[in-house]
Design a protein around this ligand. Structure first.
Ligand SMILES: O=C[C@H](O)COP(=O)(O)O
Length: 279
């Protein structure tokens, strides 16, 4: 069962809701409140639940979560590789850190596709996020053609290696090992592009195959402790009806949820994935 797996690995499950370009700041407040009130303190202690709103919602979400001491985390969907300057439209790491963001999505396939983000840009963003104490949720994943040609494992490991080039172990090791933070301040998300927003979820075995190789790659790049401590999420059409099977896999520590995270009741059901697991 998933509970046994988490107890064995020591990795606290992480369910993150990527709202993408949805929900204005008033809707953000409502959705965040509903998520918090749909989950018990025990559930929110057991599973780390994070919302990733658009930039324009971050202040509202920060005020709500901080003011009411909700047991939710939050973060951004992107950041600039630069700290300040003439970069119209960009939002910097220092700005996100000032808003208390714990996480930032980096290298999402929608950024790679629609904003021509290269591996070098992704690598620069990982470094700048860590410089400002924000944990990247680093996305890798293959398109349909690569999957059909059976190149998915190589594709994802190459993306991971490129994203982490020059990133030293000490910069990703958790700064609060005795607190409630994860031992590694970097999260990997395996998101097969063909499964994003399509309803075409990868099988649990598909997710496990790639997540296991990503963990082995982290061991090669760093060491066994980093590999054991790092959390690897699956993303792509995750719903309450399929999350339990995915979460039962040995190397899947959570989910990066897109569309289903816009419905707070459904998102809360996803966060309660343990209840779906049958012995
Ligand atoms: O960041 C989230 C992923 O792109 C998954 O999106 P989805 O759950 O709508 O397929």
């Amino acid at each position: 069962m998933a509970r046994t797996k988490a107890a064995t690995t020591g990795r606290r499950p992480l369910i993150a809701g990527n709202w993408k370009m949805n929900l204005n700041h008033l809707e953000a407040i409502s959705v965040t409140q509903k998520i918090a009130f749909s989950l018990s303190e025990e559930q929110l202690t057991d599973v780390e639940v994070v919302v990733l709103p658009p930039f324009t919602d971050l202040r509202s979400v920060q005020t709500l979560i901080g003011g009411d001491r909700l047991l939710l985390g939050y973060g951004a969907q992107d950041l600039s590789p630069h700290d300040s300057g003439a970069y119209t439209g960009d939002v910097s790491g220092p700005m996100l850190a000032k808003l208390g963001c714990q996480y930032v999505v980096i290298g999402h396939s929608e950024r790679r596709q629609h904003h021509a983000e290269t591996d070098d840009v992704v690598n620069a963003k990982v470094k700048v996020a860590r410089k400002h104490g924000i944990a990247p949720i680093l996305c890798v994943g293959e398109g349909l053609l690569v999957r059909k040609e059976n190149g998915h494992v190589e594709h994802c490991t190459l993306q991971l290696r490129a994203a982490l080039a020059g990133v030293k172990a000490e910069t990703i090791l958790g700064s609060d090992p005795k607190g409630d933070r994860a031992p590694v301040d970097l999260v990997i998300a395996y998101e097969p592009v063909w499964a994003i927003g399509t309803g075409e979820v990868a099988t649990a075995a598909d997710a496990q195959e790639v997540c296991a190789v990503l963990r082995a790659t982290i061991e090669e790049l760093y060491d066994v402790d980093v590999a054991k401590g790092i959390r690897i999420l699956y993303g792509g059409s995750v719903k309450s009806s399929n999350v339990a099977g995915i979460m039962a896999e040995a190397d899947v520590d959570g989910a990066l949820v897109g569309g289903a995270s816009l419905d707070p009741e459904e998102f809360a059901r996803i966060c309660r994935f343990r209840e779906h697991v049958t012995a």
